[in-house]
Design a protein around this ligand. Structure first.
Ligand code: GDP
Ligand code: MG
Length: 176
């Protein structure tokens, strides 16, 4: 799964406390847990039987590494050079169903300059951490009215506040 951040705009306030808005897109196969990661990050919740965004119910473990690589290739080909791409190996709690070796994914991420963490929307492992890591890598000096998006007036997520965590967190340095 790949997360994507693209510049939206700054509000033109003083540089010291300006508010920046960015677009974050979660890409990945159906049922890998995109909606669940957002739900965990924004509301601190997890639904075991999360209704599929598309409609059909699937249950799939993290066996979509090849497809994730294709998403990354496509983003690198088409997106703005400022893009921040993060690879989330979600459902890390299902260790008995592991389909992708941690070191293999980590090496791929390193070679392609991607952030990488194994996450679990279920236990909350690394969910805040991956969103925060993306936020920290975003450019802070985008000119007002940047490349994509406009001020929406919608409330955002305050990244200074830690979202609730149901489980422990684990850094990307250790596999499971
Ligand atoms: P999406 O299609 O990528 O948005 O996937 P969903 O968020 O709808 O999740 C698909 C299914 O996987 C749902 O039944 C979720 O409860 C389950 N799921 C999502 N994330 C995790 C996770 O980290 N661990 C486990 N065990 N199940 C998860
Ligand atoms: Mg969904």
């Amino acid at each position: 799964m790949a997360g994507r951040g693209g510049p939206a705009r700054t509000n033109g306030a003083a540089a010291s406390n300006k508010i920046c808005q960015f677009k974050l897109v979660l890409l990945g196969e159906s049922a890998v847990g995109k909606s669940s990661l957002v739900l965990r990050f924004v509301k601190g919740q997890f639904h075991e039987y999360q209704e599929s965004t598309i409609g059909e119910f699937h249950c799939k473990s993290w066996d979509t590494f090849t497809r994730a690589k294709n998403w990354v290739k496509e983003l690198q080909r088409q997106a703005s050079p400022n893009i921040v791409i993060a690879l989330a190996g979600n459902k890390a709690d299902l260790s008995n169903k592991r389909a992708v070796d941690f070191q293999e994914a980590q090496a791929y991420a390193y070679d392609n300059s991607l952030l990488f963490m194994e996450t679990s929307a279920k236990t909350a492992m690394n969910v805040n951490e991956i969103f925060m890591a993306i936020a920290k890598k975003l450019p802070k000096n985008e000119p007002a009215g940047g490349a994509s998006g406009r001020a929406s007036g919608r409330a955002g997520v305050d990244l200074q506040e830690a979202a609730p965590q149901a489980g422990g967190s684990k850094c990307c340095g250790g596999g499971n």
